[in-house]
Design a protein around this ligand. Structure first.
Ligand code: BDR
Ligand code: CA
Length: 310
């Protein structure tokens, strides 16, 4: 049995690998892709998602554009990591995968209605589109199997000392989704900072020898360079596919059931994820939070999935 999954993303280098892991993994059935303004403005993330699927030969999955910015805040972007077009490095081909005429909310709604079984949503950017869906179409919640999101952290941030980028861009959306009562899993920097693009990983992916792998190597080259320049991390952390691995290979990522609250104010703390691992606040657990990753198993899954693509 495969799990039908929608990827909601803001490509972004690591989002591309999330799309490829979802498209190539035998445990998953990628049924739709939606995009959000995040790493770069929506126009670029939408085009980049179509390019990622085009490169991989995935031509039967609809792609729809969603929110061009957060629920209430101004969009903040991350060109310093991903480049001006969001996919710095390779020469980008003209995408042959079209942009669906529907909005992200419409595409997700149609996909949920058409599915015989509940559909999982993996969000790898600011979680605005999912928040809009739950706000405007709450009757569809029962058709969503679960929501897995890359973002947040149980410890340090990557934008301010305590905020991670996706959470920091749209904390109000995150708060709405966490409070929705849906099964929600947070895959934060505390685990994604272990999914490092080492030289050995790069060799391993390049050795797959396909067009997708070659494009991926050019993405890695740029992404590792900017992560080195900005964070002093020459082996860049490939955050987003870890959220896909939660669904694709459950034993690969260890989860704990705990309390998650989202800070909505504070000069440096708006968007901080308060993860009460020790139960200090005495509140009901409301989320699953990733705390462990089997790194070798993760990369084996990424490699095998890329090998199944063009
Ligand atoms: C997250 O922010 C983005 O830059 C990445 O694509 C990832 O989703 C990591 O903080
Ligand atoms: Ca992302």
């Amino acid at each position: 049995m495969t799990i039908p999954v929608i990827i909601d993303c803001d490509p972004g280098h690591d989002d591309v690998f999330a799309l490829w892991l979802a498209a190539g993994h035998p445990a998953l059935d990628l049924v739709a892709v939606t995009t959000v303004g995040g790493n770069v403005p929506l126009e670029h993330t939408s085009r980049n998602a179509r390019i990622a699927l085009t490169v991989a030969g995935v031509t039967d999955v609809p792609v729809a554009a969603g929110a061009d910015g957060p629920l209430v805040r101004q969009l903040q972007t991350a060109e310093w990591i991903h480049g001006e077009n969001g996919l710095g490095g390779p020469e980008l081909p003209e995408p042959t995968v079209p942009l669906d005429a529907r909005t992200a909310t419409e595409l997700i709604a149609d996909t949920l209605m058409a599915s015989a079984e509940p559909v999982a949503i993996v969000a790898t950017g600011p979680i605005t589109n999912v928040a809009v869906l739950l706000r405007d179409r709450p009757e569809l919640a029962e058709r969503i199997r679960e929501i897995v999101w890359m973002g947040g952290s149980t410890d340090r941030g990557n934008v301010t000392p305590y905020t991670e980028f996706n959470a920091w861009v749209d904390p109000e959306a995150l708060d709405l989704v966490v409070r929705s009562g849906m099964r929600f899993t947070m895959v934060g920097l505390n685990v994604t900072h272990r999914a490092l693009v080492t030289a050995a990983v790069r060799e391993r992916i390049a050795a797959v020898g396909t067009a997708t792998a070659a494009f991926g190597e050019e993405l890695f080259e740029f992404f590792c360079r900017t992560n080195d320049e900005v964070f002093g991390m020459p082996d860049g952390p490939l955050h987003d596919p870890v959220a896909v691995a939660v669904l694709a290979d459950p034993g690969c990522v260890g989860l704990v059931r705990t309390r998650l609250d989202v800070e909505l104010s504070g000069a440096e703390t708006a968007g901080a994820t308060s993860v009460d691992l020790d139960g200090m606040l005495g509140r009901e657990p409301n989320a699953w939070v990733a705390t462990q990753i089997d790194v070798d198993r993760f990369w084996a899954g990424v490699e095998a999935s890329i090998a199944r693509l063009s």
